[in-house]
Design a protein around this ligand. Structure first.
Ligand code: ADP
Length: 236
C-alpha cells in the first residue's frame, strides 16, 4: 500500500498536519468534570469524579490522593465487535494514562482520597490513548482539581521512510513505527513516550520535534475549550 504520494498522505494530509480536533468541556452532567474529544474519526468521552473518599481503605495514601485511570473501548467502537471488558491493552493504556497525568495533578493536596478518571472510547480510529489523555487533562481542570499544567498528547511515526504527525489507522497498521507522546508544555517535560517499531536516533529527534509542534497546537485547543466553557453563563 502506498501511504505517502508526492508528500501527501493517504487521508490527504501533509506530513506535519494533525487530523481535525474538536474539544468540548463539561458535557456530562453527573460527573465532577468532563470532556469530549473528536479527533479525526475518534470519539472519546472522559468523566472525572473526586477528590472523594477512597474505598477500600487499604488503598488510601496518607501523603496524596490516588489517581485512578480507567480506559475503556466500547464494543461498538471498532469495525469488528470488540469483546467487552478489560483486556491487556486497556490495562496497559490505563496505566500509561495515569503516568502521563499524575505529574501535573497536585495529588498532595488531597491525602486519603481518590480521583477517578474514566475514559470511554465510543469510536476508535488510531490514536485513542493520546485523545484520551488530551481529554482527561481538560476534564480534570473542569472538575476544579488543582494542576500545574494541561497535558496535550499526540502520536508521531515513521511511514514510507518519512516522519509524520498523528497517524491515521492505515498509517498505524502499515507504517514502520508509532510513538504516542504526551507533553507538559510549561516545563517542556514528556510524561508519556512509547514506541512501537524502529527509528534511528536522528529520526527520533525529528519525531520529538514534530510531536512538540503537534502538542503545542493541541494545548491551544485545550485552553480554548476551557475558556469557552467558563466565559459563558450556560454551565450548570
Ligand atoms: P491507540 O488507539 O492509542 O493508537 P493502539 O495502537 O493499540 O492504540 O490501537 C490502534 C487502533 O487499533 C485503535 O485506535 C483502534 O482503532 C484499533 N484497535 C485497537 N484494539 C482493537 C480491537 N480489539 N479490535 C479492533 N480494532 C482495534
Amino acid at each position: 500500500m502506498e501511504l505517502i504520494k508526492n508528500g501527501i498522505r493517504i487521508d490527504g494530509r501533509k506530513k506535519d498536519e494533525l487530523r481535525d480536533i474538536k474539544i468540548e468541556v463539561g458535557v456530562l452532567k453527573r460527573a465532577d468534570g468532563s470532556a469530549y474529544v473528536e479527533w479525526g474519526m475518534n470519539k472519546v468521552y472522559v468523566a472525572v469524579y473526586g477528590p472523594r473518599e477512597l474505598f477500600p481503605r487499604f488503598l488510601r495514601r496518607s501523603d496524596k490522593a490516588v489517581l485512578q485511570c480507567k480506559y475503556n473501548m466500547a464494543s461498538f467502537s471498532v469495525d469488528e465487535r470488540k469483546r467487552p471488558g478489560p483486556d491487556r491493552r486497556s490495562v496497559e493504556i490505563s496505566k500509561v494514562t495515569r503516568g502521563a497525568l499524575e505529574p501535573v495533578v497536585l495529588t498532595e493536596n488531597f491525602p486519603e482520597s481518590v480521583i477517578n478518571v474514566n475514559i470511554e472510547v465510543v469510536q476508535a480510529e488510531a490514536g485513542t490513548r493520546c485523545a484520551g489523555i488530551t481529554a482527561a487533562s481538560v476534564a480534570l481542570a473542569d472538575a476544579g482539581i488543582p494542576m500545574k499544567d494541561l497535558v496535550p498528547a499526540c502520536a508521531v511515526g515513521k511511514v514510507s521512510g518519512e516522519i509524520i504527525l498523528d497517524l491515521c489507522k492505515e498509517e498505524d497498521n502499515f507504517g514502520e513505527s508509532d510513538l504516542p507522546i504526551a507533553m507538559i508544555p510549561r516545563t517542556g517535560g514528556i510524561s508519556l513516550l512509547q514506541m512501537d517499531g524502529l527509528m534511528t536516533g536522528e529520526e527520533l529527534e525529528e519525531a520529538l520535534n514534530l510531536a512538540k509542534k503537534g502538542c503545542e497546537i493541541i494545548y491551544e485547543k485545550q485552553k480554548e475549550a476551557l475558556r469557552k466553557r467558563y466565559k459563558g453563563d450556560d454551565h450548570d
